[in-house]
Structure formats: C-alpha cells, structure tokens
Design a protein. Sequence first.
Length: 350
Amino acid sequence: MIDKKFFENKKVLVTGHTGFKGTWMCRTLIGAGAEVTGYSLEAPTNPNLFGMAEIEDKMNSVIGDIRDLDKLSKVFEEAQPEIVIHLAAQPIVRDSYKDPVYTYETNVMGTVNICECVRKNECVKSFLNVTTDKVYENKEWEWGYRENEPLDGYDPYSNSKSCSELVTHSYKNSFFTDGRVAVSTARAGNVIGGGDFANDRIIPDCVRAAEEKKDIIIRNPFSTRPYQHVLEPVIAYLMIVKEQYENPDLQGYYNVGPDETDCVTTGDLVEMFVKRWGEGLKWVNQYDGGPHEANFLKLDCSKLKTVFGWKPRWSVAEALDKTVEWTKVYFKGENIAAVMDKQIQEFLGK
C-alpha cells in the first residue's frame, strides 16, 4: 500500500505539516525514507501531535504562512521537491463563519500560491491538492457524491475548498498540459484518529470529556458523515502521488472515503467511542442553534477503487479502536511516536 523503494530519498514537500493529518503524513514519509520538507504555521492546537511525534529533527520544518508567496517560493527553490502534497488550510466549518476572510485567503489564495510555485519549479513531477468531501453542492440525498458532481460548498470553509478545486483545475488546464507535472485533487471524508486536538470536532470533544470526566455534548447526533481513520486518506494520498508520478495519465480528481457501511451518524460514532472507552463515560444531545452544517453526506469512491484497485482497510469500529488505544497511551504519558509507528505498520499489514 506504500512503496518504500519509491519514496526512499524522494524530495517531498508537505504544506500543513504541523497539523493532525500533516503530522501522520510526515511520520509515514519519514518512515519510508523520504526527504521531507514541511511548510506550515505553528501547530494549531495545544497540546499538539506534531510536538509529540518526534519528527521535527528528522525533516526540514519551515514555519510560514501559506499566504506568503515570497517565503513559500524561497522554500521551493531551496528544497527542490519532486512531490508536493498540499494540506495547509483553515479546516474548521464553525471558524469559517467567525472569520470568512481569513478562511478564503488561506484556502483559496493559499492554493493559488502553491500552484504558482509548482508552475515555476520544474523539479515538481507530482502535485496533490487535498480538499474535502464538503466541496460538493449538498442536496442531502442518500447516495454518494461522485467526482463529476457540481462543486458548490455552502459555508465559507466548504465553499473556499470548492474554489481551491477550481483554482487547481485552472492551473492544470492553463499551465500543466505539457505533461511536466501530474496534478490531482483528493476529496476526503471526516478523519478520526489519535492526536486530533481541534475544537469543534466530535472525537476531540469525546477525548476532552473523557479527560475531564464530563458528559460528551453532541450538537447534532443525527448528521451522517463518512468517518475514516486518518491513515486511510494519508496512505491513499501517497498512492496517488506515486502512481501519477510514474504514469501521468492517472492524474485526476478522487474521492477518498469509507465504504457505505461506515457512513454513520454522529450519535452512533459517539456511542461506539463510549463503549470502547468505558469508565462510565456517556453523552447527551444538546443542540446549540449553531450555523448551518449539512445533515447527510456520503462519497462514492468507485473511481479510486477502479483506477488503483484501492479499498478501505479499517472499518469505523477499528478506527475507533486505534483512536482509543492512542489516547490511552497519551493519557499515561507513554511513547507517542512508538504507538504511531505501531499503528502505521499495522495499517500497512506488517
């Protein structure tokens, strides 16, 4: 599922490397022998996974704003990456309502800046822009969205990610038709796993409640989402950048999500977490009248399965098992890097 011979000594630039998904990505790449450069703001939470993962001294970690084209350009010139994976974003729906301008600046102009750097640096052979399942015009229907469905996210976060897709499409059509660089976007479902400390995400809310020995508050237990362990999209992204590097005909737009049986309601997800955690933990339904969020969202991942022979590896139940395992290691003050490596190897079947 990950070709270590391919990634060994490959120069890979990851934006957003200090975030939850970015840290898991970098730990995996470093384990595969890649030369990793990260470009990101300081880790967005306290505590944060990046500081626990013991990777900062194993990579070139650059702290910078994706909106700063001059600084980003200098990093590209120095690192000379062959592969670029763009994760940097303002990723929280509720925060996008509080500060839409920053959200659009980061998610849209940040994408323009990364595309511009890819355009100007001929070292890049494979580029992946990671967006979200929320890019689609959500009609609240019961079947999964496919890659050719209309893009029109509702809230500022989702809409800015739709715009990020369109920016990538424009650069691809305008500047990359010569085959020099293969360009794809990946639209992933909701990720869970050890080390996510973000606000306004359900599993981090569960973890905080468990730590404080309080009830878990759920705003909307009936919303359905495609939940998956963070390693599912991380490994899928690495598969895409590797395969399109070797065969540019495989570049495109790909959904990355769980099978339909793992698209569950928030209430069901929390109930599964509570049972695994034990210790008398429970949850309560407490709608707070917050801003609009979609109630029903699924992805059709047939394209990824057909093109690459890909399939999800862990069910949502197994993803929760791994999340609880990681969190209990964290609460005990034990080795986080070790449990990350253990779970990466388990995911890869080794």
